[in-house]
Design a protein around this ligand. Structure first.
Ligand SMILES: Cc1ncc(COP(=O)(O)O)c(C=O)c1O
Length: 405
């Protein structure tokens, strides 16, 4: 097999068929690299050739994936479960905590629904109380101030007053790109006896994240955005010591210890009373998405090779160049003023009276895919984007807003 080009910041060598002039929708769905394609194809070929014989090979590969994900987020492999998309992960957690009726949870208004619906369902089922805190005004309206400080003050007041069991938040807000002050939020949660559950899908892979220093208790993440894998695969992190306390109400056959003994060890091993695993793997109750996880492993090893900090800095340089161009066209940037609150998303409010959907269509037809969540124009470059694209993006946007360039 021909060797593939090494990944490089600002290079599309690994994305030779990508149709976009500037692909700016990684916050929605990323294109996959040749490395990812090759891994997914390899898995298919192995199962095509060997059927069940391919199983041990790819089970071993998934052990490596756990280790790679662990390196990405500062966790041990045994604290990571390979799970489907973000929502599945959050639902698993929401239905596996040892709730007491009346427990209170904090969520945030303006969150992506994946990080709201499962908590609403759990609240209904277990008789919990959901408190929805507003995001600071300038993360949704663009007014400058100290959004992280405001948010922390509000959170602390709530934690002090309400005896909160769990705070659920996205590491990065999907529409504004605001990076939440996770380390400080985690410290507050610790101080007031609450747990911190994080939806990492808008951060993991391109924004540095560390479960240890950010005091994250649970992390849910899907593969298809900044991790650059495929939809339908993902992972769940559970802080050491917390997994044994889970009440895995959605456990499946693989959640038991020695779950596969009856398949390989002869008669007498088919039992239904084996204890449940006391690690994060208890959340892996069913057979795995082989192709999705093969793809995810290739995607994550590419990111680790490049280094998340370097990817983040590369994207910041791109957004530093793009932001003034957009502002010069009358757009209002919602990018945080403080670097520590920035992510790899740059969202802008279009000038008054502009038909945003038409702008998105114009850009799409010009092969510049962007997204339009909640009426904001969202640009989300990743490591393959080159700064040389920025002038073409600005010129197409000018065209969309003001007619001929
Ligand atoms: C913050 C956030 N969480 C979750 C999701 C998606 O969740 P899932 O992986 O379940 O499709 C998205 C975007 O699609 C998102 O922006």
């Amino acid at each position: 097999m021909d060797p593939l080009p090494a990944p490089r910041l600002g290079s599309r060598d690994l994305f030779p068929t990508l149709q976009a002039r500037a692909y700016l929708s990684h916050a929605a769905i990323s294109p996959v690299s040749l490395l990812v394609q090759r891994a997914a194809t390899q898995a298919m070929e192995d199962f095509s050739a060997w059927g069940v014989g391919a199983f041990p090979l790819w089970a071993k590969q998934r052990q490596e994936l756990r280790a790679a994900l662990g390196r990405l987020i500062g966790a041990a492999p045994e604290d990571i479960a390979l799970t489907p998309g973000t929502t599945h992960s959050i639902s698993q957690l929401a239905f596996s905590l040892d709730w007491q009726e009346g427990d209170r949870l904090v969520i945030f208004q303006g969150e992506f629904p994946a990080n709201v619906t499962p908590w609403q369902m759990a609240a209904k089922h277990f008789g919990l109380e959901l408190l929805a805190l507003p995001l600071p005004p300038n993360t949704s309206s663009g007014a400058p101030s100290d959004p992280a400080g405001e948010l922390l003050d509000r959170l602390e007041a709530t934690l002090r007053r309400e005896a909160i069991r769990l705070v659920a938040v996205s590491a990065v807000q999907f529409q504004t790109g605001f990076r939440m002050p996770l380390a400080a939020m985690g410290r507050l949660c610790r101080t007031y006896g609450a747990e911190l559950a994080v939806d990492g899908i808008q951060a993991c892979g391109a924004v540095p994240l560390d479960v240890e220093t950010q005091h994250i208790d649970y992390l849910s993440c899907g593969a298809h955005k900044w991790l650059m894998g495929l939809e339908g695969a993902g992972f769940t992190y559970v802080r050491p010591g917390l997994a044994p306390r889970l009440v895995p109400r959605l456990a499946g056959w693989l959640s038991h210890t020695d779950a596969e003994a009856f398949l390989f060890q002869g008669p007498g091993h088919l039992r239904y009373d084996r204890p449940l695993k006391t690690s994060a793997a208890v959340l892996e109750g069913s057979s795995t998405n082989v192709v999705g996880m093969a793809a995810l492993q290739a995607a994550v090893s590419t990111l680790l090779q490049l280094g998340v900090t370097d990817i983040f800095e590369h994207v910041q340089a791109y957004l530093d160049a793009l932001e003034p161009e957009l502002e010069a066209l009358g757009c209002r940037s919602l990018r945080a003023r403080k670097p520590e609150s920035r992510s790899c998303i740059l969202s802008v409010r279009l000038p008054e009276g502009v038909d945003g959907a038409a702008v998105v269509t114009h850009l799409r037809d010009a092969r510049i895919p962007v997204s339009y969540p909640d009426g904001l124009l969202r640009f989300s470059p990743h490591f393959p984007n080159s700064l040389t694209e920025v002038s073409a993006v600005a010129s197409e946007l000018r065209h969309a807003l003001h007619g001929a360039p």
